[in-house]
Design a protein around this ligand. Sequence first.
Ligand code: NAD
Length: 213
Amino acid sequence: MAKNNKNISMAVIRRLPKYHRYLKELLDKEVYRISSKELSVMMGFTASQIRQDLNNFGGFGQQGYGYNVEELYREIQKILGLTITYRTVIIGSGNLGQAIANYTNFQKYGFKLLALFDTNPKLIGMKIRDVPVFDIDELQEFIEQKQVDIGIICTPKEFAQDIANKLVKTGVSAIWNFAPVDLKVPEHVIIENVHLSDSLFILSYLLSNQENF
Ligand SMILES: NC(=O)c1ccc[n+]([C@@H]2O[C@H](COP(=O)([O-])OP(=O)(O)OC[C@H]3O[C@@H](n4cnc5c(N)ncnc54)[C@H](O)[C@@H]3O)[C@@H](O)[C@H]2O)c1
């Protein structure tokens, strides 16, 4: 059984999605048992790192047996909260908002998309897959009525703080922010930023510092 998840460090938590992904691949290939050494070769972590990480939430490894892939996968799903259904909305229904809405995999992991919002009359009234795009003026009432958990911000950065304030006011618990700006929200609201350009610039640094480039 998992220990109290609150005691697991964020450094370990940030590695869990990678464990989740690799274990899912193993299950898809009908591999049900794996040693920390084999996992380490696959994932590029040391075997001792893997043992340390997985010891954080219960001893799943058995000497001479390795890890039970299915049990470990289920436990990591539980720790990551992926056994819960979340109600989400997207604010900003342009390129990125629509791409996220069209990516059905998030639904499979329990992130239910209820609606998108925008200010552009050409988009309002449209459906992305089967999900409606509403006027931003309807955001507050919608969130309160449908008890939305997560607001996904895909607007230009100039509007992102104002949208975040609106989301906080309606009582959402978490914000997934794609606008390239650091938003200010009260402590009780969870915020996770995805700054794609930060990652791209690291790639640029590595590439431009490569010998022979
Ligand atoms: N497209 C990408 O690959 C990408 C990558 C990284 C980051 N981002 C960031 O994501 C955000 C969206 O990018 P995009 O390419 O989808 O832009 P986009 O211009 O295609 O879409 C933005 C949408 O937000 C809407 N909008 C503007 N103000 C609004 C408001 N107050 N309330 C509700 N909707 C509003 C616009 O009408 C538009 O439909 C930007 O901040 C961008 O920097 C995008």
